[in-house]
Design a protein around this ligand. Sequence first.
Ligand code: NDP
Length: 449
Amino acid sequence: MKNIKAYLTQLLEQIQNRNPGEPEFLQAVKEVLDSLQPVLTARPEFIEEGILDRLVEPERQIIFRVPWVNDQGQVRVNRGYRIQFSSAIGPFKGGLRFHPSVNIGILKFLAFEQIFKNSLTSLPMGGGKGGSDFDPKGKSDAEVMRFCQSFMTELSRHVGANTDVPAGDIGVGGREIGFLYGQYKRLRNEFTGVLTGKNLNWGGSLIRPEATGYGAVYFAQEMLATRGDALEGKRCVISGSGNVAQFTAEKLLDLGATPVSFSDSDGTVYDAKGVTREKLEFVKTLKNIKRGRIVEYAEKFGAEYRAHATPWAIPGECAFPSATQNEIDEDDARTLISNNCRVISEGANMPCTPEAVDVFLEAGALYGPGKAANAGGVATSGLEMSQNSMRISWGREEVDSRLREIMINIHRNCSQTAETYGAPGNYVLGANIAGFLKVAEAMRDQGVV
Ligand code: NDP
């Protein structure tokens, strides 16, 4: 194939026509395709054998009705999804998101990213994602339970420990995983590792709740080490205040850095004095138990609250976007750079727009894309699956050291791949190519399926 650029342009056009109204999916696919040019030049058989044409089409997409009854006795109907994108290197694996913004395009982008992320972990996991436009916010525990039971009643037909293993994501934490697991067990009469993120008492893994945030910090640590630098003493801007944000802050504190912000969909808290362990405990209780708003942090500790604002104008040497997709645009990226931010480690999935990524790369910042930087979560889910299969539980230190080792290996793999393909320091290119190669080779081995 002589003209790779023309092939990729045509493929992207075809994907655009086939998936109208799915901008996030197209954004994720375009980024990967753009990165793959050098590898396609070296390995034209990937084009000739239709690897890319197959890779951009999910193996299966399931959409279903989720009826449930609220506390007032009224019937409510949401939509449920599961995207089983690629099982080339293992059972489908990826989280469930419950958020009103959920639609098929968003889940396809997340499932597509997951293919490469899971490949980078070096564990045998394919790519998937699912969820619903259900909003757990403002619902009682009983309503969330009834919704989860209804959702799993349909989903149970499509998942299984060796088929597809969902986990949490936005709006799906320990409470939701518990309700989903209980219903699966009841329907199937089997106690298996069908979900990860389970509670410790019934098949969960130590460090799984912490893993995404800890991993994003370990990845930042590795990036900084390439410049002989460390996190100690750095001021760190964090967005979000959920699972990933909380454990990012925790690991930063362990390493002597200073988190200075949290946010939620209503606004941002800027704590110029720095988040301490005591303040972090308050956030955990506020968000995980009381299910309150982050403004209460500002009220409690006298920190500055910026209503309807994101944290990107806050000065800090490092940024950990940990809320949602496209939360940093080009202007935000320029503001971060002009405030001397030189490390961006993505806890969230695709939190930076393509223009923002360009700003970071042009400025020579250490930019760790989500599919590498936040892979610690799914990697530890993989470790949970292993423990379930072996019916054993590893200790906290063992899991944490495996997580640390996996993040070091992902960093090394991305970094070396970027160098091999002529773009040293470009973790986007490194992550996309390294993640792709393993999946592409597996697809070749398995024939046209
Ligand atoms: P949580 O539901 O625990 O927390 C999400 C946080 O982000 C909340 O503070 C929420 O605020 C905020 N947020 C969500 N959507 C928006 C929005 N549209 N605008 C502004 N703020 C928003 O989710 P997680 O911490 O688990 O997930 C955060 C990110 O990390 C997501 O991108 C997810 O895909 C990614 N991720 C998570 C993994 C995991 O293991 N959990 C693994 C890998 C990636 P509010 O409460 O107001 O909605």
